[in-house]
Design a protein around this ligand. Structure first.
Ligand SMILES: Cc1ncc(C[n+]2csc(CCOP(=O)(O)OP(=O)(O)O)c2C)c(N)n1
Ligand SMILES: CC(=O)[C@@H](O)[C@H](O)COP(=O)(O)O
Ligand SMILES: [Mg+2]
Length: 629
């Protein structure tokens, strides 16, 4: 196996083109085999095997810097840079990260996980390089999906104007996670597919070369003719107009073509964009045929192409999906908006039933948020279906457009809490902190899948402004679903277990399970904490908080979110604002650091979201006297 001879990019340079092509197939086999055990982003990585080999063969990493947009397609880069032996630990606790990770290798020069940052990073590195008088190459690899992210256009605008020497490799496989959308995607399709386009381009370029260099007005006309003809047929003209020299489209699985194109591009002084056409999932037919499903996933059986799925109650995403459909049947104002995640956010069934009411805006969280504000102002009921982590992209639009104008936008925040294998760039652990501080925002989190359905009903019936429901990336707890979805009084908590002396205010199913686990441990010691389903993170249940104070309870809050600015802080603020200092409040949640990949259970263990920790914290609180008879 040639792959066994590759421990660094330098080893590539010893191979012939034929051997490199053999190596590509060996890497495909390696990825298919390893990821069948670990899961991961198979289809994106199968699509960039030759491209990544070409980059490492032609350039000199880490002196030349490769910046992978999102970074989910960096497994081949990791294989070629000395990490192939760690693939059994891919996305596992303390194992190989599923994204670029500087602490793993000197070849990893820029980390991501969220899309569309690579061009800004490349520009920053190019400016620094030039200020330092260095000469290295900077290469950003960005997908056609990531190119729809607003940041990418901001960066292209800057790069094209400053004309810095850098290379943008556009990995165009026509897919985001789902099929790509938007005018830019249509433009790329035109360049990619129009054979006539390519033929005409050749003929006109040949013709243009024949126009002799002549003087006088005729020369000006000839130049104008050249420009307008070039505009008509030269592909990539949009990029050229933005200041990039465009190369392509080139077959991203053809090493000789890639080599030739990169060598041509290297000669250009200024920004270049190389349009590489790849097949997402190349080399494994289930992934080629359905690269949406195979964008990312768990372990699978290679032969059958079947994922090995854990059996259990429906995921919260599925309950959200069914509830949205049930509500949309009754209310035609409901529209769903997703920033490029129709599958992950559970909107595929809804889209089939209501194609006109499912809006996929591409990777454009900011645009999605402001779009929802306008939809709401016009009397629609927009449901912004978004992962907690990706919603971070739209913070200003949530403040400035949705909340300040007090619009009836419903936030369906999925992946709230620890997400597991995607790790620190994807943890859904900041939304409580950053949403609860915005005026007019209402924020809910259900104790189980049945309450999620009631919360969706609550959200649709609510007409006083923005309202959010957040739910985790996990199966439901397996409770029976009520006959009918009913609205929950805004700001009302629910005591789910009576007790004395201590009250545990738990937000969400993971934390309620933790609270009951702690109560179990305390039973033998005769301590019985009251357990409260703190299902509204904003507004708080102020009456209950006053009663807990007056009845002499000490309070421990539990949230799978950062304690900095989180739910526990809101409870502390409540008492402090009323000059009530006798009650002990202990916020327990995620400490102030980024929690890396692993399973959610391992992540909770690492940060001390365990029954044992809760028991320890409760025992530090001495019981208080009742403040009322
Ligand atoms: C800001 C942000 N929104 C959404 C996502 C989820 N996401 C991860 S990869 C991806 C699609 C990327 O498509 P593309 O750039 O074409 O890469 P490909 O997977 O096709 O190689 C999306 C939407 C993300 N990582 N970051
Ligand atoms: C790379 C990326 O951001 C997405 O592919 C993300 O990994 C999807 O997460 P889920 O697996 O939770 O849908
Ligand atoms: Mg793509």
């Amino acid at each position: 196996m040639l792959l066994n001879q590759i421990d660094s990019p330098a080893d590539l340079k010893k191979l012939s083109i034929f051997q490199l092509e053999t190596l590509a197939e060996e890497i495909r086999g390696f990825l298919i085999e390893k990821l069948s055990k670990t899961g991961g982003h198979l289809a994106p990585n199968l699509g960039v095997v030759e491209l990544t080999i070409a980059l490492h063969y032609l350039f000199d990493s880490p002196n030349d810097k490769f910046i992978f947009d999102v970074g989910h397609q960096s497994y081949v880069h990791k294989i070629l840079t000395g990490r192939k032996d760690r693939f059994d630990t891919l996305r596992k606790y303390k194992g190989l990260c599923g994204f670029v990770k500087m602490s793993e290798s000197e070849h990893d020069v820029w980390e991501a996980g969220h899309s569309s940052t690579s061009l800004s990073a490349a520009m920053g590195m190019a400016i620094a390089r030039d200020l330092k008088g260095e000469q290295n190459k900077i290469v950003a690899v960005i997908g056609d999906g990531a190119l729809t992210g607003g940041m990418a256009l901001e960066a292209m605008n800057h790069i094209g104007h400053e004309r810095k020497n850098l290379m943008v490799v556009l990995n165009d496989n026509e897919m985001s996670i789902a099929p790509n959308v938007g005018a830019l995607h249509n433009y790329l399709s035109k360049i990619r597919t129009d054979k006539h386009y390519a033929k005409a381009k050749e003929e006109v370029e040949h013709l243009l070369k024949k126009i002799p260099a002549i003087g006088g007005t005729l020369a000006k006309t000839a130049e104008r003719l050249k420009d307008s003809l070039k505009y008509l047929v030269v592909s990539g003209v949009w990029f050229e107009e933005l200041g990039f020299k465009y190369f392509g489209p080139v077959d991203g699985h053809n090493l000789p073509q890639l080599f030739e194109t990169f060598k041509q591009a290297e000669k250009v002084n200024g920004p270049v964009l190389i349009h590489v056409i790849t097949v997402k999932g190349k080399g494994y037919s289930p992934a080629e045929e359905d690269s949406h499903t195979w964008h990312g996933g768990g372990p699978y059986k290679i032969e059958s192409g079947q994922f090995i799925k854990a059996v259990g109650p429906p995921m919260y995403t599925e309950v959200f999906s069914n509830s949205l459909i049930e509500l949309a049947e009754q209310d035609e104002r409901i529209v769903a908006v997703t920033p490029a995640m129709p599958g992950g956010s559970g909107l595929l069934k809804f889209a089939e039933l209501y194609p006109d009411r499912m809006i996929d805006v591409g990777i454009a969280e900011q645009h999605a948020a402001t779009l929802c504000a306008a939809l709401a102002l016009e009397g629609m009921k927009p449901v912004y279906a978004v992962y907690s982590t990706f919603m971070q992209r739209a913070y200003d639009q949530i403040v400035h457009d949705i909340c300040r104008q007090n619009t009836n936008v419903i936030f369906a925040i999925d992946r709230a809490g620890f997400v597991g294998a995607d790790g620190e760039t994807h943890q859904g652990v900041y939304d409580i902190a950053f949403m609860r501080s915005i005026p007019n925002m209402v924020m809910m989190m259900p104790k189980d899948e049945n309450e999620l359905r009631h919360m969706m009903k609550t959200a649709v019936d609510y007409n006083e402004g923005p309202i959010a429901v957040r739910y985790p990336r996990m199966n439901g707890v397996g409770v029976k679903m009520d006959e009918e979805a009913k609205p929950i009084p805004i700001g009302s908590w629910e005591t789910v277990r009576d007790g004395e002396g201590f009250a545990i205010l738990a937000a969400g199913p993971q934390m309620l399970e933790l609270a009951f686990g702690a109560a179990e441990l305390l039973k033998s010691e005769g301590i019985q904490p009251r357990i409260v389903n703190a299902r509204f993170l904003k507004p708080l249940d102020e009456q209950m908080l006053m009663n807990l104070y007056e009845d002499g309870y000490n309070i421990l809050t539990l949230e799978e979110g950062t304690v900095k600015g989180g739910f526990g802080g809101a409870v502390l603020e409540f008492y402090a604002e009323r000059d009530i200092y006798g009650v002990r409040v202990k916020p327990v949640g995620i400490p102030d650091y980024f929690v890396e990949h692993g399973s959610p259970k391992e992540q909770r263990q690492e940060v001390g979201l365990t029954p044992e920790r809760v028991v320890t914290e409760l025992k530090t609180m001495l019981p208080r006297k009742r403040q009322r008879a």
